[in-house]
Design a protein around this ligand. Structure first.
Ligand SMILES: N[C@@H](CCC(=O)N[C@@H](CS)C(=O)NCC(=O)O)C(=O)O
Length: 230
């Protein structure tokens, strides 16, 4: 890292896009100050926070006077700015064509996240008395199939090494941990890749712990919502 001050990281640990940026910060090994913004309590709705993230969402960062939101943009910036120093530039390649391919993955990742969110339905379960949307299962599995195909020729989603795309695909897949979905038989390469991601040294704090907390809340609400319907 350059001689700049620490990155200010505005985050909420159960938020998937925050966890992706968190993993990037940890992978880069750059120091950061964590600022917990509890969006459940509306802590993102202050005028002060709007100066950092004009859409008033997490994650966001402040690097000196430079403020940035949107997880994919933040991850790309962090690697572009600090990757070389940290010898991690391969996470987000520099040449135009390779970078364009990586951006393509980042955009595809949004659709994969949406399809998994549609199935898991965390907002509906936590706030609107709903259930997991089992009717979205086939669509969601089609997207898991897309990840499986990406892994046909290499051990990570875009190469034989970790890249920024892996973090975003991975946080989408981890949302399934909230549910009891375990039907990964058609996705052996995805399962092998997931094991690699689970072995990352910062996985426990960025994934296991927040996901366990999130799953507990989600599962409790599923039961509560079902009981209310009876
Ligand atoms: N596309 C954005 C999504 C950010 C987002 O939706 N964050 C949620 C938490 S997961 C949030 O801040 N919600 C609060 C709100 O919408 O008021 C990104 O990738 O950063």
């Amino acid at each position: 890292m350059s001689a700049k001050t620490k990155i200010d990281f505005y985050t909420m640990d159960t938020s998937p896009p925050c966890r992706a940026v968190w993993m990037v910060l940890e992978e880069l090994g750059i120091p950061y100050n964590e600022h917990y913004v509890n969006v459940m309590k509306g802590e993102q709705k202050t005028a002060e926070y709007q100066k950092i993230s004009f859409r008033q969402k997490v994650p966001a960062i402040k690097d000196g006077e430079f403020c940035l939101a949107e997880s994919r943009a933040v991850a790309a910036y962090l690697i572009s700015e600090y990757g070389e120093n940290q010898k991690k530039q391969h996470l987000y390649p520099q040449d135009n064509k390779s970078r364009a391919k990586m951006d393509q993955h980042l955009y595809i990742g949004e659709n994969i996240t949406d399809s998994i969110v549609n199935y898991v339905n965390p907002g509906g379960v936590l706030f609107r008395g709903e259930q997991t949307r089992h009717e979205k299962l086939a669509e969601m599995k089609n997207y898991l199939g897309m990840i499986e195909r990406m892994l046909a020729d290499h051990t990570y989603t875009t190469a034989d090494n970790l890249t920024v795309a892996d973090f975003f695909y991975y946080i989408a897949v981890t949302l399934l941990n909230l549910t009891d979905f375990k039907d990964f038989d058609d996705f052996p390469k995805l399962v092998a890749w997931r094991k690699k991601m689970e072995a990352l040294p910062y996985h426990k704090k960025t994934c296991d712990e927040p996901l366990a907390k999130f799953r507990e809340a989600y599962q409790a609400k599923l039961k509560e919502n079902a009981a209310k319907k009876c």
